[in-house]
Design a protein around this ligand. Structure first.
Ligand SMILES: [Mg+2]
Length: 311
């Protein structure tokens, strides 16, 4: 773990450097408060700092206050070094946002133990941040197919629509639904159904441009977002995906299953920004594809849909 040591006394710096290096810390040195602040403001700043109280340019408590004002993450654990040991000074240091303080001349063992306490807090903080990151990722992911889930793909559609709206481009929207999926679950069990959903996700993903996105929208429904696509291009894409699904059987537990899907396609236009409307239009197109015998692509513009009046 990196530790910043800021002290205007060269002797004190060298002593601290030697001790910290011995205990396994990587030491970064600063000769005054301003230098310390510059180092702590960097993106990969040391998570721990030992700041002398009295230094030129900025004092230890000054640096401390500035670090706390930025409320940066990860947290910087700050230990103030002071030769003052009056109650008032101690309180001032802690009020400036220091986590701990140690009085000079310090006892090496005491410093070691206090640093260890700081390291524990930094480690806990890192664990928490990692856990939060994992939770955020999980909240956006469908854990069966590992595709973005409904809320994540809806957000992606919302973002693409406003981005393309600015550039006067359109976004293709495809909603697809596996045909007779309930039969697979009923005949072969839910494990087979899950395997089919996973394989479907793989085939859809392998058949897209890098900037296209696909998510699991519902049970056996998938939503595809195609930036900079018009209705014709989006329909061609849906046709390719349709072909990819029916082209070869899916083998689940040694059983060959013929899978197909029905596709509803629409395109965003400049007049409407609400992504839900386009999902509804794609759903209407999908309904038409189902009605005309499934395993086919049906396209529909907002203009021609029954949702036109809703806008
Ligand atoms: Mg000093």
């Amino acid at each position: 773990m990196k530790v910043l040591v800021a002290d205007d006394s060269a002797t004190s710096r060298q002593m601290l450097r030697a001790a910290l290096a011995k205990w396994g810390y990587e030491v970064v040195l600063a000769e005054n408060g301003a230098e310390a602040w510059d180092i702590l403001a960097e993106p990969d700043a040391p998570p721990m700092a030992i700041l002398d109280w009295v230094m030129p340019h900025m004092t230890g408590p000054d640096v401390c206050r500035r670090v706390r004002e930025t409320r940066r993450e990860p947290y910087t654990y700050i230990l103030l070094l002071t030769s003052k040991n009056t109650k008032g000074e101690t309180v001032e240091g802690l009020e400036a946002g220091a986590d701990d303080y140690i009085v000079k001349p310090f006892d090496q063992h005491e410093l070691q133990v206090r640093l260890r306490a700081g390291k524990r807090i930094i480690d806990l903080q890192m664990d928490l941040m990692k856990a939060r990151e994992e939770l955020r990722e999980r909240a956006n992911k469908d854990l069966l197919t590992m595709l973005p889930n409904r809320s994540a793909i809806s957000n992606a559609l919302r973002q693409e629509i406003s981005r393309c709206h600015r550039d006067r481009r359109t976004v293709g929207v495809i909603l697809l639904d596996l045909d007779h999926f309930k039969k697979i679950n009923d005949s072969y069990g839910h494990f087979a159904g899950d395997a089919v959903l996973r394989e479907t996700a793989t085939r859809l993903r392998s058949n897209m441009r890098p900037y296209d996105q696909v998510g699991r929208y519902g049970g056996e429904e998938f939503l595809v977002v195609l930036p900079n696509c018009d209705l014709e291009q989006a329909s061609n894409q849906a046709e390719r995906m349709r072909h990819k699904l029916e082209a070869s059987n899916m083998v689940v537990d040694g059983i060959e299953l013929t899978i197909s899907a029905s596709f509803g396609v629409t395109v965003s236009d400049g007049s409407e920004r609400n992504p839900d409307i386009f999902v509804r239009v794609a759903d209407e197109a999908l309904y038409r594809a189902k009605a005309s015998g499934r395993n086919c692509v049906s396209k529909l513009t907002l203009e021609d849909s029954s949702h036109r009046s809703a806008v």
